[in-house]
Design a protein around this ligand. Sequence first.
Ligand SMILES: [Fe+2]
Length: 469
Amino acid sequence: MRINGIYFLVFILLIAFGCKSKSQPVSTTETAHGHPHYSTIGNISDYKLIFPSKVPDRIIVNLTEDPVHSFAVNWRTDQETTKGYVEIAKETHGPDFLVEGHIRRIVANSQILEKGDTNAKEPLVNAAFHSAVVDSLEPGTIYVYRVGDGSVEDSFWSEWFQIETPSADENDPFSFIYFGDAQNNVKSMWSRVIRKSYKMMPEVDFMLHAGDLINHSEANLEWGEWFHAGGYIHATVPSIMTPGNHEYDKTTLSTLWRPQFNLPRNGPIEAVMETCYALDYQNMKLISIDAISFERDSISKQAQVKWVDSVLASNTKKWTALTMHYPIYSTAEGRDNIVLREALKPLIDKYKVDLVLQGHDHTYARGYDQNKGQGLTVVEDAGTIYAVSVSGPKMYTSQDQDWMIKRGEYTQLFQIITVTKDTLKYGSYTPLGGLYDAFDLIKDKNGKKKLINRDADIPLRLKKDFNKQ
Ligand SMILES: [Fe+2]
C-alpha cells in the first residue's frame, strides 16, 4: 500500500507539472469504449517516455537532399508550446559562440497532433511536433544547435548539440551505420546496440535504419523507447529510415512517422512521401524504397519502380545503396518477397547497385546472387551485395542458401560501412564489438568491383546452439 501511495503521489505530481495540458484529458477512469486507460502503462518511466512536456524531447536530425549545406531537425513538446525555434552557430573552443551576432535563429513548422487512442492500450497523447530545416551551412564544418520555445531562459530549450556537415570533396571518406530491425524491447535490449555502435565509431556521419524501428505503428510508448534508446545520438548523428511492416497498420503509415521525422520529400507519389526518397551523400546515392506500400498497393509499386528507374538512370555517384525493409533475397524459406524481387532486381542489375540493405527476417545474411555457395575469398567481378540484418532481440532461424556468404542467427548486429573514393569497407559487429562479418568492395574506374571477403572474429552462430525454440 505504501509503495502504491508513493507511485500515486509521483503520478499526480507528474500530471501537475507538465504532463497534462488543459485540453488533454488525462484520466484513469473508464472511457466511452469501456476499458480503463493506462491498462498497460506500468510505471513512472513509461509516463516519462510517453508524455511530452515543455522541454523538447524526441529530438532527431535527419539527412536532407543536400546534406553538405543543410540538415533537418524534429522534436516534440507539449501542445501548449505552439512555436519552435532552432538556434545554430559554428562551434567554438569555449562559450564564444554565445556572443551576440554569432547565433542564427530558424523558425520551425509546428503542428499539434491530437493522437487518438488507436492502440486502445495507451492514454491520449496530444503533443506539438516541431520540424525545421537548417540551411545555408558550410561544408565540413562543426556546428552547435539547440531547439526550444524561443524564451530567454534555457529552461525550455534543449542542450546545445554538435553536428558536422559533410566535406565539400565528395571523395573524402565517410562512414555510416546500418541497423536491421530494433522493433522489440527497444529500451531494454536495443539501447546498448546503438550506443555500442556510436562508441565504436563516434565520428560516424549518419545512421540508417532498415525498418521496424518499433513493433506497433501507433504505440507511443514504443516510439518513446526508440528515442530514449538513441538519446543524444539521434540529435547528434543524422539518420535516415525506411519503414517496415510494423510502421504500418495494413496500408496506413504510422501517424507519428511524418511528424517525428523530416525525410526528403522527393518520392514519386504523395502516399510514399518521406518513406520512398533519394539523396546524395558525398559520392554515394542512397535510395529508400517503401517496401510495405510497394507490396500492398499496386499503384505505389508501379510508381516506385518507374521512379527508381529514373533516379538510377540519372545517377552520377560512384556508389549506390538501396535500403528497403523486405529483403530481395530472404534468409529463410517461406519468407521470400517475390513481388519485390521481380520488380526491382532487373533495375538493381541494370544500374549495378552496390549495396542493398534490408531487415525483416530477424536473422543475418550477406552475399550476392552469383555466389552459388562458393564462398570465395576474392571475387574479381562482383555484383550487388545483399545484406539482411537485425539489431533488436527478436530472433528467428534461417537456412543456408546459395547467395549467402555469411549467415547468422541469435545475434544482435550493427554494420559500420566506410566509403572512400574507390573502396567500400563493411563490418558487421555484435554488441560486444566482435566482428561477425566483413568485406571490402574495390571499384575501378570502369565500375568493375572486386569483392574481398574478410575474416571475421566470430564463427557461425545458430539459434539452436542457445537452446532456444
Ligand atoms: Fe518486418
